[in-house]
Design a binder for this molecule. Sequence first.
Ligand code: ADP
Ligand code: MG
Length: 572
Amino acid sequence: MNTFAGIGINNDILKGLTSLGFQEPTPVQAQVIPLMLERQVDLVSLAQTGTGKTAAFGLPLIQMTNTKSRQTQGLVLCPTRELCVQVARDLEAFSRHVEGLRILAVYGGASIEQQIKALRKGIQIIVATPGRLNDLINRGKVNLSGVRYVVLDEADEMLQMGFQDELNAILAQTPLEKNTLLFSATMSKEVAAIAGKYMSDPVEVTIGKRNAGAENVLHEYYTVHARDRYIALKRIVDNCPNNYSIIFCRTRQETNEVANKLIQDGYNADALHGDLSQSQRDQVMKKFRCKNLQILVATDVAARGLDVNDLTHVINYNLPDDLGNYTHRSGRTGRAGRTGTSVAIVHMKERFKIREIEKKIKKKFKQCRIPSGVEICEKQMVSLVDVVTKVEVDYDQIDPLYAEISEKLGSLDREELIKRFVSLEFNRFLEYYKNAPDLNVSDGEKKRQGKRERQSGESANNANRKQKFARFFLNVGRRDGIMPQGLIGKINGVPGGGRIKVGKIEIMRNTALLEADSRFAPQILDAFQHVKINGKTVSIEVARGNNGTSRPKHGEVRYRKGRKFKAAQAVA
Ligand code: ADP
Ligand code: MG
């Protein structure tokens, strides 16, 4: 029995709900739906993301619409194109069995002509972004004089995005005797102002505590040195083999950088930010929604339109400038009854921000230690074994090949075989986490740091004898204005770069030679990719062969991607 019937939802809508698997109203639905169906009231509802607000306003909106009339009776305003599409899609799904109901999403970034054409058919419920709707009003293409319900969905975000003027203009077009329903995760000053201005004596429905973080979210933070942020991120991700996460960055540039590094490091990651075209963004979101993409690196604004329910983690690579946004970020996990984890990576000086957020969300963060390489390898190994035990075997296809396979592997005993299969998947981690340093920063850091530096100085000296320097060749030199400090700066700029030992540097007229810890060769090569100096694209390569400190002989020929170039033409 579908219990939505008990709060007054009619049969046609019930059919739609049942096929969506909605059996029982969520708390916000249980409160808002009967209220809207029984009384003509304005309403302010504060509820976290994922509590089911769309159906809370959508179901009564659908039920109260007169499908015999073609007038626009319901108007839903959403902050972004994606939310707008999502809400319209949800309303359509709820009303699949409701005859004669027309719903349309209108938003920017899509053909206005087509939207105008669709509007001519007579749309009873319009779901819109404020910008585009205002545009349509100015062109005289929508008539809002018959509107009975206006829903402001994610009102706090709409205002944060600066839609104040558009909202004023739109609401001015609607009749006075309509009902306005405002939904928001937080009650900001601006939201209160809108409520005061446009609503008469609104009923307030608050689900959970005001401004409280969602119930099912665990909050964790890790303290590291700022320069270790990226490697710490990798460890956190590697420590949860089956994570499905959004990593939040502060800027587009940071988003791109982190995503690119992750991709280069072999993760299934991609970036989502405002510099992408709409169709690129759509594509990334689609991949992420259907889980072809495991990790999404995003800015706050770009992630707004994304509606995904089963994220395991939200990772704050950097905390948002406006700490209030933390709630929006963390609210993306722990949805629809699942638990999720919201992670913040902070450095020493940012820890006060954690305390501030704790006050805001009225929940405590758990301070966690960055897992060690050994711990991560163990986790990954267990997960791999788990995958092996659960994998489906297609015996029909494999059996005919079995004889051959078994003959080839026959010489290996069971133990050896297992070790080899595990290594196949696992060497990447073992290799990467060999000698992985401890990244944690603790309160006693200052005292210990000195000691650690001395120790690492010693061990570096010891290692120096064993440690190999790789020699890197660059096609830029004194003429291009490069200086040793510049090169060292670039190396220090790579994740964990502060620990990369640099040897001899020789700047020649047109080229430069640099020695650095060979274990970091890939990172160093990366650091100089796509770098332009003096208008010249820098090319860097590892000089092979003599691993000493001597310069290559004059005119020695080196190869890079099949292209030859003369290296050291110049004398230092
Ligand atoms: P909000 O707008 O509060 O962030 P949504 O309306 O987008 O939340 O709902 C969050 C998720 O929960 C959606 O995937 C939705 O399909 C699902 N959901 C909402 N109400 C119910 C319900 N009564 N039963 C089952 N799932 C629901
Ligand atoms: Mg919503």
